[in-house]
Design a binder for this molecule. Structure first.
Ligand code: HEC
Length: 101
């Protein structure tokens, strides 16, 4: 929880070196443009062996870790450098909403 709080505190700051060419995309937009290819709109597609996100045990923070660093097996590539930290956070938050109880 303390970690979450500090993460949020960090992202709330407007860093001066930030010069984004385009407005930040929402987590859903990012998911729909990149992640659907393998995970599908509902997270269940499993294309290319993609994990079923609706059955994931990960929370948003855990998902953000996978998205940033790639999966342990390397089957899913790292999106560091493709998505900025803010985008990783929002797409992870969106992906976490696909989980079903
Ligand atoms: C090229 C296909 C592909 C794309 C594109 C892709 N993934 Fe994945 N993803 C995978 C595969 C394959 C796995 C399973 C990896 C493994 O088992 O090691 C996975 C696993 C995951 C996991 C871990 C789930 C779990 O419970 O272990 C998350 C979270 C995830 N992807 C989110 C995303 C998000 C968000 C995006 C878009 C930024 C994305 N993925 C784009 C193929 C993809």
């Amino acid at each position: 929880m303390a970690l979450m709080a500090s993460l949020m505190a960090c992202s709330g700051q407007n860093s001066t070196q930030e010069s984004k060419p385009t407005a930040a995309r929402s987590g859903k937009e990012i998911y729909t443009s990149i992640c659907v290819a393998c995970h599908g709109v509902d997270g269940k597609a499993g294309t290319n062996g993609a994990a079923d996100l609706s059955k994931s045990n990960l929370n948003a923070a855990g998902m953000a870790y996978i998205i940033e660093n790639g999966s342990l097996s390397g089957k899913m590539a790292s999106y560091k450098g493709i998505l900025n930290p803010e985008e990783i956070k929002s797409v992870a938050a969106y992906a976490a909403t696909l989980k079903q109880p």
